[in-house]
Design a protein around this ligand. Structure first.
Ligand code: NDP
Ligand code: F7E
Length: 311
């Protein structure tokens, strides 16, 4: 099986490469952004016509936390729309029979019933801080569905909940909450800072999935002969941002005071996936949050040491 993983230098793409690199009879195809810019339609068409992979996983995207999504909506919409469109269409034109598109839990309406069922898609207004990204992800998953329906190709989508793990982005402003807090608490401990600020009120609820679990779930879905068009991937449990913040501080060994910067947005009040569809098919997450955060802090230290930390 010739498998093209886009975005292999990102957190999800990296986990997929780790998962598949020792699987027998899998030939991995990867390209850096410098080698293949997925927003360049001609380059994408030419790549697919030459490589003709058997399976594609779209793990490339413009990704960021609440601040980045809220600040750069034009880039989040444009890059993710064009990247998904180019990849799905070129894969179809090159005769690729199987493709997995990755969306995100933010595709569901802000106030949809919790836990978020796949049936909630397109039933109400989106969370404003990530509307642009969500719209591009909805377009991507719908495109995969339409190509499957019209052309009979097995193109389908998975909706992961908030992810974390090795190879995450530790940018001070544009990252997600777990990498942001790991770095902030780590630096505060080293500098013996008495106070650390976390964003918002601490009251929102979020569900977190380790990226190695997501890679395993993607492989599970790609083994299915007739996968659903759209399926949620998560753990089925959530925590408050306040609880998460305390967990990260403890893991990192920071003992100072935590203050809340309420000038920063909370985002959606709760985002818990209904994972009953995936559970019924026989898959569930294996890495519990405290252990996952501990492992991720270990990766952060190793990446810092190696000079490869993404900031
Ligand atoms: N992180 C999370 O919490 C969640 C992520 N997801 C989804 O998982 C997928 C992967 O996310 P994640 O791994 O976290 O993101 P990362 O930012 O870690 O990785 C994304 C990768 O995509 C590459 N990329 C972006 N634009 C282009 C382009 N135009 N051409 C070529 N490559 C490009 C980036 O390359 P470069 O390094 O050169 O910029 C990067 O390697 C995305 O679809 C995202 O929506 C879903 C739910 C939650
Ligand atoms: C994966 C997901 O990621 C984004 O949505 P989000 O769930 O809001 O993700 P987040 O990780 O940025 O924040 C989670 C919560 O945590 C709080 N918070 C505290 N302190 C920090 C902090 O220091 N950084 C960040 N980023 N958040 C912080 C923050 O205020 C919020 O209440 C979307 O872009 C969306 O498109 C998407 O798909």
């Amino acid at each position: 099986m010739k498998l093209y993983i886009s975005g292999h230098r990102g957190m999800v793409g990296g986990a997929l490469v780790r998962h598949y690199q020792n699987v027998p009879d899998v030939e991995l195809v990867v390209r850096t952004r410098a080698e293949l810019d997925l927003t360049n339609q001609a380059a994408v068409e030419s790549f697919f016509a030459t490589e003709k992979p058997d399976v594609v996983i779209i793990a490339a995207a413009k990704v960021g936390g609440i601040h980045a999504n809220n600040t750069y909506p034009a880039e989040f919409a444009y890059e993710n729309l064009i990247l998904a469109t180019n990849t799905i269409h070129a894969a179809y034109r090159a005769g690729v029979p199987r493709l997995l598109f990755l969306g995100s839990s933010c595709i569901y309406p802000k106030l949809a019933p919790q836990p978020l069922s796949e049936d909630s898609l397109l039933t109400g207004p989106l969370e404003p801080t990530n509307e642009a990204y969500a719209i591009s992800k909805i377009a991507g998953l719908k495109l995969a569905e339409y190509y499957r329906r019209q052309y009979g190709v097995c193109y389908h989508s998975a909706m992961p909940t908030n992810l974390y793990g090795p190879g995450d982005n530790y940018h001070g402003q544009n990252s997600h909450v777990i990498p942001a807090l790991i770095r902030r608490f780590h630096e505060a401990r080293l500098a013996e800072q008495p106070t650390v600020h976390a964003w918002g009120t601490g009251s929102p609820l979020r569900e977190f999935l380790h990226v190695d679990d997501l890679a395993a779930a993607c492989a599970f879905l790609l083994e299915m002969e007739n996968p659903p068009d759209l399926i949620n991937v998560g753990t089925g449990t959530d925590v408050s941002i306040r609880e998460l913040t305390e967990l990260v501080a403890t893991t990192v060994g920071y003992t100072g005071e935590i203050k809340w910067d309420t000038s920063k947005p909370d985002g959606t009040p709760r985002k818990l996936m209904d994972v009953s569809k995936l559970s019924a098919l026989g898959w569930q997450a294996a890495i519990a949050l405290p252990n996952g955060v501990k492992r991720t802090y270990g990766s952060f230290l190793a990446e810092t040491e190696a000079g490869s930390l993404r900031t």
